[in-house]
Structure formats: structure tokens, C-alpha cells
Design a protein around this ligand. Sequence first.
Ligand code: PLP
Length: 404
Amino acid sequence: MEGRKLPPGLHRDTLAVRAAIEPSQYGENSEALYLTSGFLQPDSETMARRFAHPEEGYTYGRTSNPTVTSFEQRLAAMEGTEAAIGASTGMGAILMLCMGLLKAGDHVVCSRSVFGSTMNLFGKEFGKFGVQTTFVSQTDLAEWRAAVRPETKLLFAETPTNPLTDVCDIRALAEIAHKAGALLAVDNCFCSPALQRPTELGADLVIHSGTKYLDGQGRVMAGALCGPTKLVADVFGPIVRTAGMTLSPFNAWVVLKGLETLGIRMQAQCANALAVARWLEGHPAVARVYYPGLESHPQHELAMRQQSGLGGAVVSFDVKGATPESARSSAFHVIDSTQVLSIATNLGDTKSIITHPATTSHGRLTEQQRQAAGIGQGLVRLAVGLEYIDDIKADLQRGLDTLA
Ligand SMILES: *Cc1c(COP(=O)(O)O)cnc(C)c1O
């Protein structure tokens, strides 16, 4: 079926199912999985040309693979960027970003509420190489503006944050970055392109952990960086080929198929999350609910504008407790009373996942640092999946209704 091309102007939802490389001579309707480390070359001339210009043909699995290309084309179509490049994990994509854009003496401004490993990568690992990072408030634009220096090359944000779902203004951050001659990269893991497309709001680059909603069924690790062809092909491509944070073809294939259902999964999981968040807000044992879809969320209006009117699928809540110790034992009671939800630390699965941030993702902070970050001992994070809504509520109710 070579030569059949998609017409221009197709909707994102169509591209989520259709964008890919052409089928092989066998005409497979589901995209093929090319599980091979090397590629046969027709002759020495062609081989030499492909080595000099990797875009002209496949040679070796670290350089590129047709299944990975299909994933990259589909994700770029959904994000609305010119190009995308796969990585082994979400952190691999952020490493690629750093290696591509930063050198000793450069400066980064990053939200203080980003994923913990991202914070370590900028602050600790790249600090070793002479890159300085200033961490600022997720929501205070004046802090971002004040942190910019002549040597600032990159602003990095993630929205909404984990676990407190603080939302930052992508359009405003893009303006600050561009005025400073820097780029804005946004980690779009929590919303996915189904809800939020940062480059439409002015961001230059988009980061994904394919491990989360893109796969959406908790099966594989994957990552990607989306942006203009100029940067993807000329800056990030050579880094993946040299440094080897390559996306495996099997994982690319799993996530490629995951993208086909991303839109409907996100719609359904956001609807479940909103229903749970509303219900939690009315429960007497709950002190506070953090969810951008609720009118009580401090950035509710911004989130609705920026996220296609949806709040995402992560809901956090504080259970009541007179002291940190009693709050923690109440949170543990709620988590341990579940019989359906998964007690685990990841998210972005069709299975709902419940966790206790203060003793897991934020366990290594001091109690003082945790309090500054707003992560109390009574905080419970729920990554809402696709189970029937009344079963999710009943599973939480078991613990909430029997708190001492
Ligand atoms: C999980 C996660 C990452 C890292 O992705 P991996 O695939 O685990 O490497 C980065 N950012 C956010 C927001 C995440 O939730």
C-alpha cells in the first residue's frame, strides 16, 4: 500500500489513529513492529549515504527505527509540532533536552514543584557541569521574571504539578522566556496533548513521559521531546544517536497503539476524577481537595482555558488530623482500607492508583521542606483510572467513613 497519503487538514483525533509511516508491501492495517537492531543495505553507495544522512534510510537501531518513526510522527501530529523524537523514558527526554541546549555557564529557571527527578537532573547533575538552575514558585510570575539573567537559556515548567495540581500560565512564561532570548520547555505529562498543547500557547518544546497517559495502561517505559524540525533533527537527533537514550521499538509500538485511545481515555478519566473530587469535597473527613476542575482550585479558570475545559485525572486530598502523626495514620487508614485501587507510586494508568506523597515521592525531604512544599502527612494522591465511578468512591469511603 505504498504511496497512499493522508490528505491535509485532518483533525487531531483522526491523526491520533492514522498518522504513521506508510504500511509495508504486506499492507498491514495495524502498524508493524520492526523488532530489529540492524537494517540490510542494498549496496555500499546507499549505505554510505544513509550513514552521512540518517534521515535518508535506516541503518542501526540506536539511530532510528520505522516503528519509532511512526510513534514520533503520530505524537508530533497530536501536539501540533513539526517533529518529535522518542527517548527511552521521560527522564531520558529531559536529559536529551539538557544535553542539547545547555553548556557550562548557562542558566535555567525551573519551577520548584516539578517532578523530583527533574529537579535533581537540573540542580544536582547538571550543576556538576557548571549549569546553574534557579528554582521558583510555580504560580508567581514575578519570581520567574526576577530569576532571569543574561545567561538564561531555558525556562522549564510542568503543569499541573504533582501532587498538588498547581497550574502555571504557559502563555505568560513563554513571553518571559522569549523576551530573555531563552526557550520555554513544558513537561506535558499530566495533561497529554488530548487536553493541552503547550506550543499553541507559545512554548518551544514539549516533554513527555510516554510511561504515563500516552501508553496509559502501565505497560512500558517511554519518553519523547516535541518541537520544531530545526531543533529535533539538528540538535536532539545527534544527541540520541551519540548518547543512546533511544526508545525501543517494542515500547514505541505499545505507546503508538496507546495514542489511538488517548483522547477517549483522558475524557473518561477526567470525568471520573471530577466526580471523585466533588464527592471528596463534601466528605466530613476531608480537609481539602486539590483538583483544577473544581471551582475552589486557585487557578481553576486558567486551567479550564489551558486544558480544554478538563481538570486532568490526578486528584489529591488532605484528610483531617489534629497533629502530623494523626493525619498520617488517617491517610494510611484510607489507603490501606482500599480493596480495589492499586497502592503504588506511578500514575497514568487505566487502574486507579493511590499513594502517600509525604512518605514516598517526597519522603527524603525534611518535615520543614515538606511543609514549605505543602505536602502534609494527611495528603493522599489519587490517580483516577477507568473503574466504574461508584466503585472508586466506595473504595475510598471504606476508609474515610471509619476514621477514628
Ligand atoms: C513520570 C514523570 C516523568 C519521568 O518519566 P519516566 O518515564 O518515569 O522517566 C517526568 N515528568 C513527570 C511530570 C512525570 O510524572
